[in-house]
Design a protein around this ligand. Structure first.
Ligand SMILES: C[S@@+](CC[C@H](N)C(=O)[O-])C[C@H]1O[C@@H](n2cnc3c(N)ncnc32)[C@H](O)[C@@H]1O
Length: 242
């Protein structure tokens, strides 16, 4: 397992730099994303028409594209220059894409400037949720939405085989579905840390979703579907600024 980093450098930056183009090539059809995580996270969104939205950790820009096509104005940010290039290629002039580290203060963003922050499968790479969530709270308008998905803390704990559920720690996973495989470090944390950080940062928790496999996943990937119908791969949250 990787050492717990003693600085603020983005833990998964080099992994995503290595992965960017291959990730971008697969994102529309990769089963766990396209037919499992994405339908679940999208189901938590309000009507985004006319909203100003931050896509926090946009990757190749598939969520930003969806948001724009549903009438939102989108700023997409990501820490990986190669991912940012992929997102720019996908989005063209439809949305602004910027290189930024969510692990640092978001001082390039004004107070109360967004109606919605969407962050799909990104917060696993952020050590200090408290700092980021207070920034999210600052830049959201009153009653604004925060919708995000992360690895499910129980499933992660079972798979990663660590001795202490209660620890927040740096761990890693090797994604063999990419050729060659890529090892991606991330932070694992217990469920109470997730929920308490949301609530203590000034949000109310609206909904929590432990997704069950979609019909499309059942049809397209019965093997993946079997595992996910017994143990959720991800957990999705919708919170609101109060
Ligand atoms: C699993 S991908 C998800 C991409 C996109 N949200 C999606 O669901 O298609 C994780 C993304 O988080 C980005 N990321 C990781 N650490 C980050 C950080 N500290 N700041 C901003 N983005 C980060 C990675 O570069 C990568 O694009």
């Amino acid at each position: 397992m990787p050492d717990f980093p003693d600085d603020d450098s983005p833990i998964a930056l080099s992994a995503y730099e290595e992965l960017a183009e291959r990730f971008a090539a697969q994102i529309d059809t990769k089963a766990e994303n396209a037919y499992y995580e994405r339908p679940a996270t999208l189901s938590l969104l309000p009507d985004v028409k006319g909203m100003s939205v931050l896509d926090a950790g946009c990757g190749p820009g598939v969520y930003a594209e969806w948001l724009v096509s549903h009438g939102a104005e989108v700023l997409a940010v990501d820490v990986s220059p190669r991912m940012v290039e992929c997102a720019k290629k996908r989005l063209g002039s439809k949305a602004e894409v910027r290189l930024n580290d969510l692990g640092k203060p978001l001082d390039f963003l004004d107070n109360e400037s967004f109606d919605l922050i969407l962050s799909a499968l990104v917060l696993d790479y952020i050590r200090d949720w408290g700092r980021l969530f207070s920034e999210f709270h600052r830049i959201l308008r009153h009653s604004g939405y925060l919708v995000f998905s992360v690895g499910h803390p129980f499933t992660d704990f079972l798979h990663i085989k660590r001795p202490d559920y209660f620890a927040t720690e740096a761990v890693e996973v090797t994604w063999t579905s990419f050729s060659p495989p890529v090892t991606v470090p991330y932070f694992r944390r217990p469920l109470d840390e997730m929920i308490n950080t949301i609530v203590k940062s000034g949000f109310t928790l609206d909904e929590v979703l432990e997704p069950e496999p979609s019909e499309e996943l059942k049809r397209k990937c019965p093997r993946i579907r079997r595992g996910l119908s017994k143990l959720p791969g991800f957990i999705c949250f919708r919170a609101r600024k109060v």
